[in-house]
Design a protein around this ligand. Structure first.
Ligand code: FE2
Length: 604
């Protein structure tokens, strides 16, 4: 495996480790997020907090009713006030309020849909507040009233105001995006009065900015049902308790799924719990605690908590310190849990409270858990992206690797053909002289070794090897009798021997695929001091490849038996090499050869 491949594999390994770390981090974070126990505590006013109704567009229009009445010595005309409430946003408003200031005296007769929170006597400093359905019976009014021949009226004076609370059951809330609703209120105002109402646009409440991931808003709707809770049996027949329907709108703003919640609710006043829907209820009455699976149908006789029976109906009395815990139902029909991201669940219950106590100071503690899938975690998304990029890069790497492997195999195959062809050819040359058998290959190997130690690059070493192999190819044109002659040579014979250099150059002249191959053959008998042949080149004039082959060739000649002498001893070879530094041999090449012999890298 090449260095580059190892580096690539290391990068892939680190990359994979980073992906796994990111995924593990995402799993850990999601696990912690999902296991976290969360709590929401709201008291009194905060429970009725309406998140943000500044988005509402309200147009107050009024139409004359066509009749008049004498009120406080003033002739007053009847009118219908119709607030056109529009939701101009792109989101459904689950709950909202409309506050209207009163500019001159008015007298309320009735209204349809919704309930009204009256603030009476604000200017006089003796404020009375009551939230009431104007269709209720007047005996439920705790506000000051003005008696008339027909119905008692609720007066509001300049400086007073009222808040209109839309009805969930009559379809005024939630108010879908872009929709309009028009509840109506019937009232009297002085005949000569001008504008008597002013809509008050509300700024978002400060708390709205700090809203949590889950919000709870309580809507207490008074009803027209009343009862006489004459528990001390005084014989009173005046209704003193009124039914309220409590809707708790739990909205999941977290972006995750609200998987589980329970809430503990306390009226903080004397109340009689009548019913609750869907979920189960755990009653905490004094020191007694009891779970009732379904409060819509409970058998009072079998309960350990105290119950009371009024007009044949059973109630569970709860004092100021008492509370109940509501556990929502997950059944298919109820589906109070889980609550999807952005959705709401509205569990509710009905209780009887003393008339006028409806909106006292309840408290709610909600415990809940959120659940989100690991796929929503940013770290996981990052890991996913990194994983996709990893796979893509891995595929590209493998394709390139296989292509390169195929290319290398082909290259090796081609190189083997070239090497074997040249070796076969040089075998012919060596075969001409049995004493020099294998000479060409050995010279080629020594030349390659020298070149490596001289700092030649890997890709050049094969070239040096081939040039070494072919350095004596000119001998093919020299007679065998001369090459193998054991005795001394005549001048003609010596000239014939010397001609193997130029013959070699001529043979290799067109061998262009191995650069400098002809130079190796032509000049390997040149001497560094200029006394060699065929041209008498000296020093650096002699091509470096020829200087390398010169040392390799001479070393092999000394290290093998020749027809005219036996091989030389190690010491003799070393001394010959040393003595010829700068004479026959390039000092740089010869020094390397000496070092290789002394270090036993070339074994003799
Ligand atoms: Fe030679």
């Amino acid at each position: 495996m090449t260095k580059n491949n190892k580096r690539a594999l290391a990068i892939f390994g680190i990359w994979l480790a980073v992906i796994l770390l990111l995924a593990a981090g995402a799993a850990l974070r999601t696990g912690m997020y999902n296991r976290a126990e969360r709590q929401l505590t709201l008291e009194g006013e905060a429970l009725y907090n309406i998140p943000d109704y500044s988005a509402l567009s309200v147009e107050l229009t009024k139409e004359p009713g066509g009749w008049s009445a004498e009120l406080g010595g003033v002739t007053c005309d009847a009118y219908t006030l119709t607030p056109r409430i529009t939701n101009p946003t792109e989101e459904d408003l689950s709950d909202y309020r409309v506050r209207v200031d009163v500019l001159e005296d008015v007298y309320f007769l009735t209204a349809w849909c919704g309930t009204i929170e009256f603030h009476q006597g604000v200017a006089s400093g003796n404020e009375k507040v009551q939230t009431i359905d104007l269709r209720s019976r007047p005996e439920l009014y705790t506000l000051d009233t003005v008696e008339t021949d027909e119905d008692p009226l609720i007066p509001l004076y300049a400086g007073d105001y009222f808040v209109y609370i839309p009805s969930q059951t009559d379809g005024e809330a939630p108010l879908p995006a872009g929709e309009t609703c028009t509840p109506g209120i019937m009232y009297y105002q002085a005949a000569d009065a001008g504008e008597v109402f002013a809509f008050v646009p509300s700024a978002p409440r400060a708390e709205a900015a700090e809203e949590g991931d889950v919000t709870a808003v309580l809507s207490a709707r008074s009803s027209t049902w009343t009862k006489v809770f004459d528990l001390e049996e005084t014989g009173s027949e005046v209704p003193d308790y009124q039914a309220y329907t409590y809707d708790l709108t739990i909205t999941n703003r977290s972006g995750a799924e609200l998987t589980d919640y329970t809430f503990r609710f306390s009226f903080r006043t004397e109340a009689y719990l009548a019913s609750a829907w869907n979920g189960s209820v755990e009653i905490c009455q004094g020191t007694v605690t009891e779970t009732i699976p379904d409060l819509r149908s409970f058998d009072a006789a079998s309960l350990t908590v105290t119950t009371v029976n009024v007009d044949g109906e059973d109630f569970i009395p709860l004092g100021e310190e008492d509370s109940f815990v509501y556990t929502p139902s997950a059944s298919q029909t109820a589906r109070e849990i889980p609550v999807e991201a952005g959705a709401s669940s509205v569990p509710g219950f009905i209780a009887y409270l003393r008339i006028g106590d409806g909106l006292s100071s309840p408290s709610l503690t909600m415990e809940y858990q959120l659940h989100r899938s690991i796929g929503e975690d940013n770290l996981f998304k990052l890991a996913l992206g990194a994983g996709a990029a990893f796979l893509l890069c891995l595929v590209i790497f493998l394709v390139l690797y296989l292509q390169r492997l195929r290319y290398e195999r082909q290259h090796e195959h081609d190189a083997a053909i070239i090497r074997e062809s040249i070796e076969t050819f040089t075998g012919f040359i060596d075969a001409k002289d049995p004493y020099t058998n294998g000479h060409s290959r050995r010279v080629a190997e020594y030349a390659r070794l020298l070149a490596r130690h001289m700092g030649y690059k890997d890709e050049d070493l094969d070239r040096v090897y081939y040039i070494g192999l072919l350095h004596d190819c000119g001998k093919i044109g020299v007679a065998d009798s001369i090459l193998t002659k054991p005795g001394s040579l005549t001048d003609e014979e010596f000239e014939a021997i010397k001609s193997h250099t130029t013959k070699g150059r001529d043979i290799l002249a067109n061998f262009s695929s191995i650069p400098n191959v002809a130079e190796g053959a032509a000049y390997h008998h040149e001497r560094y001091d200029g006394r060699g042949y065929p041209e008498g080149k000296k020093g650096e004039e002699i091509p470096e490849i020829a200087r390398i082959i010169c040392v390799a060739d001479s070393f092999d000649a000394m290290n093998t038996d020749r027809c005219y002498r036996a091989r030389l001893s190690r010491e003799k070879i070393l001394s010959e090499l040393e003595n010829n530094i700068g004479k026959q041999f390039d000092p740089k090449v010869a020094e390397i050869m000496l070092r290789l012999i002394r270090d036993n890298e070339i074994l003799l």
